[in-house]
Structures are given as C-alpha cells and as structure tokens.
Ligand binder design. Structure first.
Ligand SMILES: [Cu+2]
Length: 71
C-alpha cells in the first residue's frame, strides 16, 4: 500500500470534491481517497494504481493535478 498526495487545482465547492473523489475511486487499484477542498489536496491510498493513472483521472474531470508527495 502506498499513499500519494496530489495537489488538485480548480476545485471550488463540495460538488468538485465529489467529482474528484469519485474519479480517483474508479481508478483500478485505489483503496481509499480523501479530498480536502481547503487544502486543495487529495490523499490516495492505493496498491497497483500508478501515479500517472491518478493524475489522468483527475484531469479527465477537468481539474489539474500534480503529485505533492509520496511515490
Ligand atoms: Cu464545484
């Protein structure tokens, strides 16, 4: 299990949090997702999911994502 923190740009409200959370949860290999609106962060616990897949899932929802920490 790994934890990856993403910086997510463009979230304005709880609906955005829901979009980002759902998008990340749908990536195969993701176990748990927590999204913090004020901090503009998503904390993802995952096993097989690659970081690229996490970033792509967020970007497909129309937000920008960068890896903040983790591996
Ligand atoms: Cu919103």
């Amino acid at each position: 299990m790994q934890t990856t923190e993403l910086k997510v740009t463009g979230m304005m409200c709880e609906a955005c949090v829901g979009h980002v959370t759902r998008a990340l949860q749908q990536v195969p290999g993701v176990n748990q997702v927590e999204v913090d609106l004020e901090a503009a962060r998503a904390t993802v616990q995952h096993e097989t999911a690659g970081t690229d897949a996490l970033l792509a899932a967020v970007e497909e929802e129309g937000y920008e994502a960068q890896v903040a920490s983790g591996s």
